[in-house]
Design a binder for this molecule. Structure first.
Ligand code: CMP
Length: 145
């Protein structure tokens, strides 16, 4: 069954977004919504609230709000799981040895500058999509709900 997930290219890879979009397209994802935008520090703090209190939280919020990101709703069968597999491990150094043909293995730098984000559950995807896209409706919504 087709599912949706929230994917986000982080600021450091915006100059190479074309290559990453080709990679994603090659994996069979459908681009349902896409927006190049800047996320305010307030919204980034809300977005990552499950990490509040972790040592990397502030750095993460500062980084995500530091420049443009490419926010995407991706559709595929088991999109949440499938996107995380294609993202690779959180740490791109680990990805390069264990899962080199992944977004983080190919395009990431370190655990902060790790190229892209992916929701970790369908519930998280719904929350994140609503937060970033402000409940703007999707043209294709009726085809998968
Ligand atoms: P992301 O998938 O966007 O979700 C949480 C983010 O926290 C993660 O990617 C990393 O970029 C960031 N992060 C930074 N340091 C760490 C760490 N030590 N462990 C996990 N995540 C980290």
């Amino acid at each position: 069954k087709s599912e949706r997930t929230y994917a986000m290219l982080k600021p450091e890879v915006i100059p190479k977004m074309g290559k990453i979009l080709s990679f994603i397209e090659g994996k069979g994802f459908k681009f349902n919504r896409m927006m190049l935008t800047k996320i305010s520090a307030t919204r980034a703090a809300e977005f990552y609230k499950e990490h509040l209190g972790r040592p990397f939280y502030e750095k993460l919020v500062n980084y995500i709000s530091s420049g443009p990101v490419l926010a995407m709703e991706l559709l595929a069968p088991s999109a949440v799981r499938y996107w995380r597999i294609n993202l690779g491990p959180t740490d791109p150094v680990v990805a390069r040895s264990d899962a080199p043909n992944t977004v983080r293995g190919l395009f990431g730098t370190d655990t902060t500058y790790n190229a892209a984000h992916g929701s970790d559950s369908p519930e998280a995807a719904a929350r994140e999509l609503n937060l970033i896209f402000n409940n703007l409706s999707s043209h294709y919504e009726s085809s998968y709900t």
